[in-house]
Design a protein around this ligand. Structure first.
Ligand code: GLV
Ligand code: GLV
Length: 391
């Protein structure tokens, strides 16, 4: 494995398991007196490879969602004098938080810069699936377009239909608002906690539409998942992956959905039983799915790739330059701040970290409370990026 060292004279050693975009994140680590060692390989590193990169002295690490940061790696990091880890992602299902907390290692993530970007990809997948964009493009590129036809690629009209949001954290809320504000869709959502901000914004939009003599839009939290699945024309998943949401969408739940419904997933692959989805899509050609994430990523379940009614993209929902550079800034700021002994930001709005003057705080440490780390300010509003469904 080839590694590149930046700021070799830095007194704290930080390893970064992938090249990150932009240059600001490196300035932040340099300002925190860090020597930064970056793995230049695109291949996913194994725990053994990461352990040998940690070596006998390592103050901090920035890791990827493709790496299992658990007991083994946190033990190695602690033994090497490590004091902080940041995931380069908002989701942290690849991190064993309990193990990190046992070793008293703060775990950072990168919320706030992915919200709208990920929601926009969910919108793109929704319409690509509804209007059969992938299928139609393959047809055209194959030279099969011989002229306009009244019946060519008839899809689904979504205007004023019903969207079901599974997990109304910040990403689910952003997607719901895009679909209601743009396409006047009614919102159902399923989440452990009510989202009063989402409900209020849709209510205000409804009143605005009524003031113009148009029909309002509505927003309702459903008691159960079945209620949401059976009534929605499009279901979009925005929940965390944990034991309670693994295979949340299985054969039984798929059969509760309308036969011509859409299912969109930009959260984590294992929330859907992908083999059951393949079987369902085979049996119901008018059912359509738009997927950014997969159960055995990067592998796809047999048959998925052959289905015309499924749109698939390779886990790129957060892939814009602005977002990926912002994620790098937040991951570096997490590591730099903890190594300097700064407190945790503790606020939902992380935009101050994107400006020139970096706040003296770690933007987001998910086990801050468990570790009793000092906070700059208390949390306001909905702080979870991906909604939680079960206690
Ligand atoms: C991407 O999937 C992320 O969790 O940041
Ligand atoms: C279709 O292209 C139309 O003009 O109706």
């Amino acid at each position: 494995m080839e590694w590149k060292t930046v700021n070799a004279s830095g007194r704290k050693r930080v390893i970064v398991t992938k090249t990150l975009p932009g240059g600001r994140w490196l300035e932040i680590l340099r300002d925190a007196d860090c020597r930064v060692e970056i793995c230049r390989s695109d291949a996913a590193l194994s725990p053994d490879e990461i352990r040998s990169a940690i070596g006998s002295r390592c103050d901090g690490a920035i890791g990827q969602l493709t790496e299992p940061w658990g007991e083994t790696l946190f033990a190695a990091l602690k033994a090497a004098g490590g004091r902080v880890f940041s995931n380069y992602a908002v989701g942290f299902n690849n991190v064993d938080l309990a193990a990190a907390t046992r070793y008293r290692i703060p775990v950072g993530n990168t919320p706030g810069v992915l919200t709208e970007t990920t929601a926009e990809m969910a919108v793109a997948l929704t319409f690509a699936a509804a209007r059969r964009v992938g299928e139609a493009e393959r047809f055209l590129r194959a030279g099969k377009f011989t002229g306009w036809l009244p019946t060519l690629f008839l899809g689904q009209r979504l205007w004023r239909k019903t969207i079901g949001i599974i997990g109304a954290g910040r990403i689910g809320e952003a997607y719901a608002r895009m679909m209601a504000e743009g396409f006047k869709m009614n919102i159902l959502y399923y989440d452990l906690r009510p989202n009063p901000d989402l409900e209020a914004s849709i209510q205000d939009l409804g009143r605005f539409l009524e003031s113009r003599g148009e029909a309002p839009v509505t927003c309702r939290r459903t008691e159960g998942l079945e209620d949401l699945l059976s009534q929605s024309d499009c279901v979009s998943i925005h929940t965390v992956l944990d034991a309670s949401t693994h295979h949340l969408i299985n054969a039984a739940r798929l059969s509760m959905m309308k036969e011509n419904a859409l299912l969109i997933n930009t959260s984590r692959g294992p929330v859907i039983d992908e083999a059951a989805l393949v079987a369902h899509c085979r049996k119901h050609p008018d059912f359509r799915a738009g997927l950014d994430v997969f159960e055995d990523e990067p592998a796809l379940k047999p048959g998925l790739c052959d289905l015309e009614n499924v749109v698939i993209v390779p886990h790129i929902a957060s892939a814009t330059g602005w977002t990926r550079e912002g994620m790098a800034v937040l991951a570096a700021a997490n590591v730099g701040a903890i190594l300097r002994g700064d407190p945790v930001w503790g606020q939902t709005d992380i935009t101050p970290f994107l400006g020139k003057a970096l706040p003296h705080a770690a933007p987001s440490i998910v086990n801050a409370r468990d570790l009793g780390l000092p906070m700059v300010q208390g949390q306001r509003g909905r702080s979870d990026s991906m909604g939680t469904l079960y206690p």
